[in-house]
Design a protein around this ligand. Sequence first.
Ligand SMILES: [Zn+2]
Length: 233
Amino acid sequence: MKAKKKNHFKAIIGILALLGSIILVAVFTQKDSLHSRKSFGERDMDSVRNFWKQEVLPIQNNLSSNKYHIKPLQERMNYLANEIERRHGKKLHVKAEGTYNPVGKKVMAQCRLDGDVPVARISIQSLMDTYSEIENRHRRWHEEFELAFVIILLHELEHMAREQADETFESLITEERATWASTCEYVIEPVLKEQRPVWSGLMVFYIEWMKAGQTNNEVWGSFMRNKYSVFKK
Ligand SMILES: [Zn+2]
């Protein structure tokens, strides 16, 4: 997912995790407005913050300190982090947002330049929805959740490592076609090769990519236009 709308954030907690050439600044944010307080839904901010600390931050810290246990994913992370720094001259920041994305509850992540800083924003409440959906469904459900977060984060990094498109719908689609193709090839495929579980919300991209013959053709294009129709103005 991708958008460049300006937002104002209030940092609640800031944790700096750095090692090697990667810096991920993990910040929990909540939008300081009446509108966003409504969008908290039924969850209170403490439960959202605790979820982030317990279920998301440890994975992110492993990735940022080069300790993630699935080697191809750590390698992709390192490659993309270096590409982002090379392109933008700044290290990537990851912000965990306490509120849903204004575009919709299913938008789990976005990336953009915040000034000149590349920022990936993760909507923790959307991740919590996914967690609830997967929870106890099968023996490896927790691994499935962890991988869903990693795949989504690495997908955002794919965006930031590329030329930033303009804000038209067609430009968004062009970019999503390319970034999801890379996510399928370099992230989802290695996970499947190790026979690890992939959440159905992400598996659908891989299935369509296979249907398209692993090429950026019109089958792939029309799937993407449909998937991202919520962004069509
Ligand atoms: Zn995307």
